[in-house]
Design a protein around this ligand. Structure first.
Ligand code: GLU
Length: 609
C-alpha cells in the first residue's frame, strides 16, 4: 500500500531522496505527505484533536493546547498540566524564531541540601522521585495561556472541549500506559496502603490499578476522568489563573505538602509567582542551515549544537548510518558534548553559562581534534571562550518518559515542543485528575563536587533544574522552516535529536526513515548504547555485529545492545521542483510539501491535510 502511495508521489513530484536502506517489510512505518498543515504527537487521539483544530483554521499554538490537554489525559504518564515544557516557535508574520521556557521551578523554601536526610545522607534518586520533594511548580498551564495570547486564533474555551469530552466519555487505556503502570507496581514489595511506594497516592491508585489483585488496569479499559473534565472546564472558563490561585492552587500545595512518603514544601505563593520566560533561541550554523534549539535551563540546544558542530568537521556523507565509523564519530561527539554540558549548564538566571563560547566554531573544531580512531574513554570538559564561573560537574544521566509535539500550520508558523512530567507518572501524586511532576530530581543532588566547587545545576530557591529537552527548528538558507524535530528520552533526547537532524540533512532521509533507523548514544558514561533491533522498524540492521566491530576495531570496552525508546516527532518542509508536462510547453513548477514522521517505538502518529 505504502509503496503504491510512494510511487504516486514520486510520479507527481518528479523525484524523491533515495532511501538509505531498503523497504523490506509491509508494516514498516513510512512518511506521510501533506500540503497544508501537519501535527505529529505521541498518541493518535492527541494527533486527531490537534488536526481537527488545524482544519478549523487554528494556529500551531491553538493545536498545541488541544494536543497537550489530550495528551495530559491519554498519555498522562508522560506530560500534562502538572508538568513543564519548552517551546521553540517560528512566527511566520515576523519571520522570527523565539523560545518559551515553562520549566518547573523549585519552591522558594528549597535549599541546596534538599535531597539529603536529617542525618546528612544523600537520598537515593528513587526515594526523591516518589516524594513531595521532587515536585516543581508546573509551567504548562501558563505556557498555554502565554502562547494563546500571542499566537492563538480560535477562542480559548473551545480549545479545552476535546479533552473535556474525552475525559467525560472515557478513552481506551493504551497498552503502553498499562504496561508502564505494571512496571512500577512490580517495584513495590507490598501493595498495602501503608507500604506502597509506587502509586502510593490513593487517587492515582484508584485510577490506574485494579484494587483486587494490585495489577495494572489492562489495555483497552475505558478510562473516565471526571475530575480532569472538570479541571478542563475551569481552565476554559477562567484561564490559567484558576490553576495558580484559589482552590485548585490550594489543592496542589496541599497534595505536595501532604505527600504520604516525604512531604514537599511548595506553597500557594510559589504557584502564584510562576512565570513563563521568553528566551532567545540557541542557534548554530550547520552546513548553511540554522539549527535553533532551547537554551538554558535546558542543555538541549547547546549539546545538540555541540554535537553537530563537532561532527561538521568530518565528512559524514562518506558513511552510511549503520557503519561502525559513523557510530564511533557520533559516540565520541556525544562524549565531548556531555562533558561540557555537565560542567557548564544550569539555569542561566542563576549561573553564567558560556552559551556563545560553547558553540564557537573554532572551539568545536579544536574539540573535534580530540576524536581519534579509538574510543577516547571518558572525555574531559573543555574551556570554551567567554566568561563563566568555575563550576564542578554534575554528571547525572537520566532515563525516563516525556512527549514531543511538532506542528506546522497553514499560516507557516512552526512549533516544536517537548513537554514532561519527568519520570513515568511524574511524582505519582494526582490532583484534580492530573499528575504532578517530579522534575526537581533533574537538579544535582550534591551542591558541590568532591573538591568543594559549587555545581551549576545545584538546587537553589526558585531555580529551574537543568533539562535535556531539545525541541528544535531548522531554518534553510532562505530563512524558511526546513525541519521541526524533538524527542522524549531523558538525557538520551540529545543524541536522538542530533541523530534525527544528521539523518535528514546529511543522509537525505525523509523524517520517517530518520526515525526508523536504530539509535546510538554515549553520554560520556562508561558505556555506549546501540539500539536493539525492532522487527518492523529498524530494518536490515545487525546490532550484535555492530557491537563486535566497535569492540574490536574501535576499542570500545563496554558496548550495550539496549532498548532505546525514543519518541521523535518530525516534520520536514520541502520544496520539490517538477516539470509540468501536460501542456505542449513543459514548465518548471515548485510544490511545497510537509513530510511527517512519527515514532512507532511509542504510539506516534502524523495528522494533517
Ligand atoms: N526530565 C527530563 C529533562 O527535562 C526529561 C525526561 C524525559 O524525557 O524522559 O531533561
Amino acid at each position: 500500500m505504502f509503496m503504491r502511495k510512494m510511487m504516486v508521489v514520486v510520479g507527481l513530484i518528479g523525484f524523491l531522496t533515495v532511501p538509505v536502506f531498503a523497504v523490506e517489510e509491509a508494516e514498516l512505518p513510512v512518511a506521510v505527505y501533506k500540503s497544508k498543515e501537519m501535527i505529529v504527537t505521541a498518541n493518535p487521539l492527541a494527533t486527531a484533536a490537534g488536526e481537527e483544530i488545524l482544519k478549523k483554521g487554528g494556529t500551531a499554538a491553538d493545536a498545541m493546547i488541544v494536543a497537550q490537554t489530550v495528551l495530559g489525559l491519554v498519555e498522562s504518564q508522560s506530560s500534562g498540566i502538572g508538568g513543564g515544557a519548552f517551546v521553540v516557535y517560528y512566527d511566520a508574520k515576523s519571520k522570527k524564531l523565539t523560545t518559551f521556557d515553562a520549566r518547573e521551578k523549585a519552591p522558594l523554601a528549597a535549599t541546596e541540601k534538599r535531597f539529603y536526610d536529617a542525618d546528612g545522607n544523600k537520598l537515593s534518586w528513587y526515594t526523591a522521585w516518589q516524594s513531595g520533594l521532587s515536585i516543581g511548580v508546573p509551567g504548562v498551564p501558563k505556557l498555554m495561556e502565554t502562547m494563546h495570547a500571542k499566537y492563538g486564533r480560535l477562542p480559548w474555551p473551545s480549545l479545552f472541549h476535546p479533552a473535556q469530552q474525552l475525559a467525560g466519555k472515557g478513552f481506551k487505556l493504551t497498552k503502553r500506559t498499562s504496561s508502564q503502570v505494571e512496571e512500577l507496581l512490580q517495584k513495590n514489595t507490598s501493595c498495602l496502603d501503608k507500604d506502597r511506594i509506587y502509586f502510593r497516592d490513593p487517587a492515582a491508585f484508584a485510577y490506574f490499578v485494579n484494587p483486587d489483585d494490585c495489577t495494572a488496569k489492562p489495555a483497552g479499559t475505558v478510562m473516565q476522568n471526571k475530575e480532569y473534565a472538570n479541571t478542563m472546564q475551569q481552565l476554559a472558563n477562567h484561564g490559567s489563573g484558576t490553576f495558580y490561585h484559589g482552590k485548585m492552587a490550594f489543592d496542589i500545595a496541599s497534595a505536595v505538602q501532604g505527600d504520604l512518603r516525604i512531604p514537599g514544601d511548595m506553597t500557594m505563593g510559589d504557584l502564584a509567582r510562576y512565570e513563563v520566560v521568553e528566551r532567545e533561541p540557541v542557534c548554530m550554523d550547520y552546513h548553511g542551515y540554522e539549527v535553533c534549539g532551547m537554551g538554558p535551563p535546558s542543555s538541549g540546544g547547546l549539546a545538540v549544537g555541540q554535537m553537530l558542530g563537532i561532527l561538521s568537521n568530518f565528512d559524514l556523507e562518506r558513511y552510511t548510518v549503520h557503519e561502525p565509523q559513523m557510530v564511533h564519530l557520533f559516540a565520541q561527539a556525544g562524549r565531548l558534548a556531555f562533558a561540557d554540558r555537565n560542567k557548564y549548564v544550569g539555569d542561566s538566571d542563576y549561573v553564567t553559562v558560556p552559551i556563545e563560547g560553547m558553540l564557537d566554531e573554532e572551539y568545536l573544531r579544536a574539540r573535534s581534534l580530540l576524536i581519534q580512531s579509538t574510543d577516547m574513554g571518558s572525555a574531559d570538559p573543555g574551556t570554551p571562550p567567554g566568561s563563566f564561573d568555575p563550576y564542578g560537574a554534575d554528571p547525572t544521566i537520566k532515563d525516563s518518559g516525556t512527549s514531543h509535539i511538532s506542528i506546522v500550520d497553514r499560516y507557516g508558523n512552526a512549533l516544536s515542543m517537548t513537554t514532561s512530567v519527568e519520570s513515568s507518572f511524574g511524582s505519582g501524586v494526582m490532583v484534580r485528575g492530573f499528575l504532578l511532576n517530579n522534575q526537581l530530581t533533574d537538579f544535582s543532588f550534591a551542591p558541590e563536587d568532591e573538591e568543594g566547587v559549587p555545581i551549576a545545576n545545584r538546587v537553589q530557591p526558585g531555580k529551574r533544574p537543568r533539562s535535556s529537552m531539545s525541541p528544535t527548528i531548522v531554518l534553510n538558507r532562505d530563512g524558511k522552516v526546513e525541519l521541526v524535530t524533538g524527542s522524549p528520552g531523558g538525557s538520551r533526547i540529545i543524541g536522538y535529536t542530533a541523530q534525527s537532524i544528521i539523518n535528514v540533512l546529511d543522509f537525505g532521509m525523509d523524517p520517517q526513515q530518520a526515525i526508523n533507523v536504530p539509535h546510538y548514544t554515549n553520554r560520556n558514561s562508561s558505556y555506549t548504547q546501540i539500539e536493539e533491533p525492532i522487527g518492523s522498524v529498524t530494518v536490515g540492521y545487525d546490532a550484535e555485529a555492530l557491537a563486535r566491530e566497535l569492540r574490536k576495531d574501535f576499542s570500545y570496552d563496554d558496548v550495550r545492545v539496549d532498548t532505546l525508546t525514543s519518541g521523535l516527532s518530525i516534520i520536514q518542509r520541502k520544496e520539490f521542483q517538477w516539470v509540468k508536462s501536460s501542456s505542449k510547453q513543459p514548465s518548471w513548477n515548485i510544490t511545497t510539501l510537509l513530510i511527517g514522521g512519527a515514532d512507532k517505538r511509542r504510539d506516534g502518529t502524523v495528522g494533517g491535510r
